[in-house]
Design a protein around this ligand. Structure first.
Ligand SMILES: Nc1ncnc2c1ncn2[C@@H]1O[C@H](COP(=O)(O)OP(=O)(O)OP(=O)(O)O)[C@@H](O)[C@H]1O
Length: 304
């Protein structure tokens, strides 16, 4: 299988007078959905603006779909869709009119722009409301309109800057499902940023983690989420965890500690660990609610 490089940066650096926003970044992004993760100020928006050819690097280089970000910004923007982080929608224009207009700006004839706009607005889930002025939209509807305009010119790559910002949990799930569909069903490469590390685990094939402008880690999501070598055990009753953590586990030679909520984390020592823990729970007269392998979270990379 040929792996296509969508984005490639070499020692990419962006310095502002008081801060180094990006510090010698070597990043390669391929097809599918890639998450760009980092706390506020980590450099995510700066990275996206450089990829679009809107901000020049201080040093190093970056190529998007084979084009150099310095000098070939127009060619990049013709093939890349961009969903900005902040609310930038004109209040008195409808989503339909905006997306048709931007489709025409990208070079589509009016009839084709209308047809494409109608398609993408349907895909992002804006129905009748697409004809109403966007000033009256909820945050979720505004995010959908911003996503539609990024897709209207049939890009090969979309850069989505914090698309779940300001959304309630259910709209957040809808937006993440859409991001996943764009990357997998529509076959458009996606780079999506978030400061909420946990949410990208579900939809991204790869994750790039930035910290203070530096690359902390870049790998397949599955590599971030590997098993930790311990079990999470939940037993019934308010004192169940304490009783399990009492002498019996120690006597049996297991290292264990309290985990989130009322969970108990037990280090896996050998193949028999699960059976021993289950038997101990039974011997103590506790009901076993669940016992599962503990997996890493993307957050763990920040804990070193
Ligand atoms: N035009 C600018 N002039 C000076 N400093 C800037 C400029 N743009 C960004 N910065 C600084 O560069 C650093 C990275 O900012 P950036 O907006 O890229 O981070 P981010 O990860 O996108 O965070 P957020 O999610 O809060 O936007 C920050 O310290 C920011 O203050």
């Amino acid at each position: 299988m040929v792996t296509v490089t969508v984005i490639e940066t070499v020692q990419l650096t962006k310095s502002y007078p008081s801060v180094t926003a990006l510090d010698h970044l070597d990043v390669t992004v391929g097809p599918g959905v890639t998450g760009l993760v980092g706390a506020n100020g980590a450099g995510k928006s700066t990275f996206i603006k450089i990829l679009l050819g809107l901000v020049e690097p201080t040093s190093g280089s970056a190529r998007v779909l084979g084009h150099d970000v310095v000098g070939e910004g127009a060619a990049i923007r013709a093939r890349v869709g961009y969903m900005p982080e902040h609310d930038c929608l004109p209040a008195d224009v409808s989503a339909s009119d905006l997306v048709v207009h931007l489709g025409q700006m990208s070079g589509l004839p009016y009839a084709a722009a209308r047809e494409r706009a109608s398609d993408v607005l349907r895909h992002v889930g804006l129905a009748e409301e697409r004809y109403r002025p966007m000033g009256g939209y909820s945050t979720g509807m505004k995010q959908r309109a911003k996503l539609a305009q990024a897709l209207v010119h049939d890009p090969q790559l979309v850069l989505l800057d914090e698309p779940t910002n300001g959304l309630d949990p259910s709209s957040r799930d809808d937006m993440l499902a859409l991001v996943h569909r764009i990357g997998h069903e529509f076959g458009i490469a996606v780079l999506v940023t978030s400061h909420l590390l946990g949410e990208l685990e579900r939809v991204c094939d790869h994750v790039v983690v930035l910290d203070g402008g530096r690359l902390l880690q870049a790998s397949a999501t599955a590599d971030f989420l590997g098993a930790t070598g311990s079990l999470l055990v939940e037993v019934q009753g308010p004192t169940g965890a304490d009783r399990l953590l009492g002498q019996a586990l120690v006597d049996a030679g297991y290292a264990a500690r309290p985990a989130e909520g009322t969970l108990v984390e037990v280090d896996v020592r050998d193949d028999a660990t699960r059976d021993v823990v289950r038997d101990l729970v039974v011997d103590l007269g506790l009901g076993l609610v669940r016992m599962q392998e503990r997996h890493h979270r993307i957050e763990d990379v920040f804990r070193g």
